[in-house]
Unconditional design. Structure first.
Length: 144
């Protein structure tokens, strides 16, 4: 099976330090990260939560395409957005406190109730959702 790699080079303390995340496998780029930007205005920097949101939305899109295909259906368009929330952990430190997914798709031949079930199955079987199983993940899915 496949594996993917990324590297972060960090210097400094938490509040005044900064890092660069390099996407080693794909070579798509290097991205600045810092704690103040992670908890405030991103101002051109990314964060682990944004990368998780990207992973969640793209994984769910692929998972749903597979579920639809198993029913001889295909989306003519699909928009999946994911919001990952970062905050204080009652047990101490910080935590990813929730993930909200919004999915809108145009799927010729799909009925609304059946689509909602397929979207839920896609969420539940998406490898990223499985990896984040300890986090509440909500799904708002509808046909357009």
């Amino acid at each position: 099976m496949a594996s993917r790699d990324a590297t972060t080079r960090w210097s400094g303390a938490l509040q005044d330090g900064a890092g660069i995340v390099t996407m080693d496998s794909s070579h798509v780029g290097e991205f600045a990260v810092s704690f103040p930007r992670r908890t405030g205005d991103p101002d051109g920097e990314t964060s682990p939560e944004e990368m998780i949101a990207a992973a969640q939305s793209s994984c769910l899109a692929m998972s749903l395409a597979g579920v639809l295909g198993s029913k001889d259906l295909a989306a003519t368009s699909m928009d999946v957005s994911s919001r990952v929330t970062f905050g204080n952990d009652p047990a101490g430190g910080f935590a990813i406190t929730g993930i909200e997914i919004r999915l809108r798709a145009e799927v010729p031949g799909a009925e609304a109730d059946a689509f909602a079930e397929m979207a839920q199955t896609a969420k539940d079987t998406c490898p990223v959702s499985k990896a984040l199983a300890g986090t509440e993940i909500t799904l708002d899915a509808a046909l357009t």
